[in-house]
Ligand binder design. Structure first.
Ligand SMILES: Cc1cc2nc3c(=O)[nH]c(=O)nc-3n(C[C@H](O)[C@H](O)[C@H](O)COP(=O)(O)OP(=O)(O)OC[C@H]3O[C@@H](n4cnc5c(N)ncnc54)[C@H](O)[C@@H]3O)c2cc1C
Length: 440
């Protein structure tokens, strides 16, 4: 318990991702008056977004209402609002419709996809950074098969059945494995007249290996398993441009593809660049070892959006680091008000995991390496443990169990039906003159 007894100190937490959520939990039932602000009314478990995109899980199973989390916690309040600016000098945060005063603030606004200004990426690539994007991708993938069934033009058929994933990190690997299982399982059963030999999943990786931070043995295992699943893995394939139905690679080759998904990088939430504070690489806010802004000691930063000034102390942009930083920042905020010494953040790297598909994953845990079924079980257990909400855990477990036994992916619904108003483009070359647009 804090020694603050006069007026309760107001702590504002911006963002309820992993960092914000775990920071807020640390303040539960304390003497601080905490307000969480997020533009969504739910916390989303991003590591399972690819399973929403590939029809494995329902969106609601990986999202949890923020209000429900703090339903029984009197000192933690939630405001659904978009952060637009912060006045650090006067300690105000500006939201879309109101202004909040704070005594201390934690910035935990996360990250967005980084396409490194690759021409065309912004317009023509799907992304996988939030629930809406995962659903857009799911709808699009399922629509491709619905449309190809009555598409006689071989060029358009090729476009519709070629799925290009850019980025050979964990997200690209997991997505391509899951997509292959979707196509070779339920889609094959649902579309018996389709020749799925025409379907092609291409995984483009700019570097000379998949999963760069993993040990070489695990990288090679991953590549072999994906290739066995029919994924066309192309290493040293740096994408130079993306147009409406074409991915151009630096070596001069081109891929005719109606679905291009960018998973190759993240950068700090763009709003941070408007705060007028010192920024580091990847659009991230520079902080000291206490996760604090040097010039404003009551301002703390945690998760993907923050970067320690000392390059030796950088931590990866992953959920475990965000959780640890969120909890640590909360502890230092208490120290700050209590007048005690702040503690430097020390990242406890618990290991890395990536799943390739059914019975296949890789795990690098504290120097020990696992592949195959054991790594897969480890991956399932850890992801279930970190998922927020008992109901979600139970539903995901049931879903995985049924899908494992029946080789199904149960969420094959196209909702909303018309995506053009959301995405502005539906994945197929609409400029071709033979397309009948009279009814659109
Ligand atoms: C597809 C995918 C797979 C991943 N897989 C793994 C994995 O297997 N293991 C792992 O450890 N990590 C994984 N990660 C990374 C991990 O999810 C992130 O590192 C983690 O979510 C970062 O947490 P955070 O709290 O910093 O930000 P986030 O979780 O992104 O939360 C930021 C919050 O801020 C809110 N927000 C943003 N801008 C505003 C604004 N202007 N106003 C109000 N609210 C705002 C957002 O709505 C969000 O709730 C994955 C990420 C992705 C996208």
């Amino acid at each position: 318990m804090s020694s603050v007894t006069t007026e309760k100190k107001k702590i504002v937490i911006l963002g309820c991702g992993f960092a914000g959520l775990f920071a807020a939990r640390s303040f539960a039932n304390s003497d601080y008056d905490v307000t969480i602000v997020d533009k969504e009314n739910y916390h989303v478990f991003q590591p399972l977004l690819y399973q929403v995109a590939t029809s494995e899980l329902d969106p609601a199973q990986i999202a949890y209402p923020i209000r429900s989390t703090f339903r029984h916690v009197e000192n933690v309040d939630f405001l659904m609002a978009e952060v637009t600016q912060i006045d650090f000098k006067n300690k105000y945060v500006f939201l879309d419709e109101r202004i909040l005063y704070y005594d201390a603030i934690l910035i935990a606004l996360g990250s967005v996809t980084n396409d490194f200004h690759t021409p065309g990426a912004d317009t023509y690539c799907f992304r996988l950074k939030n629930l809406e994007q995962a659903m857009e991708l799911r709808n699009h993938i399922l629509s491709c098969f619905e449309r190809v069934e009555h598409e006689p033009d071989p060029v358009k058929r090729k476009q519709l059945l070629t799925f290009t994933i850019i980025g050979g990190g964990p997200t690209g690997v997991e997505l391509s494995g899951a997509l292959s299982e979707l196509i070779n399982g339920p889609i094959r059963k649902d579309f018996p007249r389709l020749d799925l030999k025409e379907a092609n999943i291409v995984l483009l990786q700019a570097m000379d290996c998949l999963l760069p931070p993993f040990p070489k043995r695990l990288q090679e295992y991953t590549q072999k398993r994906l290739q066995k699943k029919g994924v066309d893995v192309r290493l040293n394939a740096m994408v130079s441009e993306i147009s409406e139905h074409c991915v151009s690679i630096k070596d001069g080759s081109m891929i005719n593809s109606g679905t291009v998904i960018w998973t190759a990088g993240v950068k700090g939430a763009p709003i941070a660049s408007q705060f007028g504070v010192e920024m580091g690489r990847g659009g991230r806010v520079l902080v000291n070892e206490y996760l604090q802004l040097e010039e404003y000691p009551e301002v703390f930063v945690a998760g993907d959006i923050g970067l320690e000034r000392d390059p030796e102390r950088g931590v990866p942009m992953v959920a475990t680091a965000a959780i640890q930083q969120g909890e640590h920042a909360a502890k230092n905020i208490r120290h700050f008000f209590e007048g005690s010494h702040l503690e430097p953040f020390a990242y406890n790297n618990k290991g890395s995991l990536a799943v390739i598909g059914r019975n296949a994953a890789v795990a690098d845990v504290k120097g020990s390496q696992f592949t195959g079924f054991l790594a897969w079980i480890l991956w399932l257990t850890i992801h279930l443990a970190y998922l927020i909400g008992f109901r979600n855990r139970l539903m995901v477990l049931i879903n995985w169990g049924i899908d494992y036994l029946l080789k199904e992916k149960g969420v094959r619904v196209i909702l909303p039906k018309d995506m053009k108003h959301i995405f502005g483009w539906d994945g197929v070359d609409s400029s071709k003159p033979d397309r009948d647009t009279s009814n659109e």
